[in-house]
Design a protein around this ligand. Sequence first.
Ligand code: 23J
Ligand code: MN
Length: 305
Amino acid sequence: MPALLAELIDALDTGRLRIVDLTQPLGPDTPVIGLPPQFASSPGMSIEVISRYDQNGPAWYWNTIRLGEHTGTHFDAPVHWITGKDLPDNACDTIPPRRFVGPACVIDVSAEVAKKPDFLLMPEHVAAWEGQHGRIPRGAWVLLRTGWSKRTSAREFLNVQGDGPHSPGFHKSTSELLARERDVTGVGVETVGTDAGQAGRFDPPFPNHATMHGAGKFGLASLRNLDQLPATGAVVIAAPLKIVNGSGSPLRVLAIVPARRPGSATRGVESLPLFTSLSPSRCYRLPRSSRCRWHRSSPWAPSGW
Ligand code: 23J
Ligand code: MN
């Protein structure tokens, strides 16, 4: 084995590197996204036993599974969105596998989201993060740490109110920055989808999907354990099933994480509050053209969730 790979295995064996599982359990109780009633919905997972060491198969156990492609911890391919439908290599079976592996940049906004479930990541937050951790490299998986995966009941996780779901996400201008100026591989979130809960009312609807997939970038939804990752320095492997023409796929998302240096503080520089220097006016006063507006003509505009 080449020395580089032998060292990887040795580092995993000795604990200098560890694997963090960023995946939710997948089963009939896994929450799925709700859409307005005029649209078809994605079925949750169902599992049916084929045989379990019984007359249907005396020495073997196996199941039939049925589920939407976008169920639980899952991958969004560019072909998922109309903006990405004609791009080359845009589906689960045609994306070059090298693209599934990349450095993780973890942006911790859990304190902001605790105060405001509809929090949107702004370009200014990315600038503040880069001031502390360096520029987001090309090919990065940008992971939005919101603490949302601590909401383990479906009710709290989906957080549907009278006017629809409320959960954090990205401002359109942030998705544009990450896709076009940083050339990331994709974004990953702890919420049920990579757009904010209210994003069906944004202009355009679901701007993170529209922007990322239109630029050939990927999404990862329903991640957990992002609080076990450093801000930089981890590698994420997120390889969807090779579904022919698949728009997405449930998957196991793994991070390779360096162990903390012996003797280093439990709370490193990564855990310091990031955005204390950002005043709300600096965060949210953007040029009029890039502000989120309610999209009145969209089917989401009436409170018909
Ligand atoms: C279809 C329509 C809207 C959304 C989604 C799917 C997802 O979040 C998804 O899983 O890709 S927002
Ligand atoms: Mn999806």
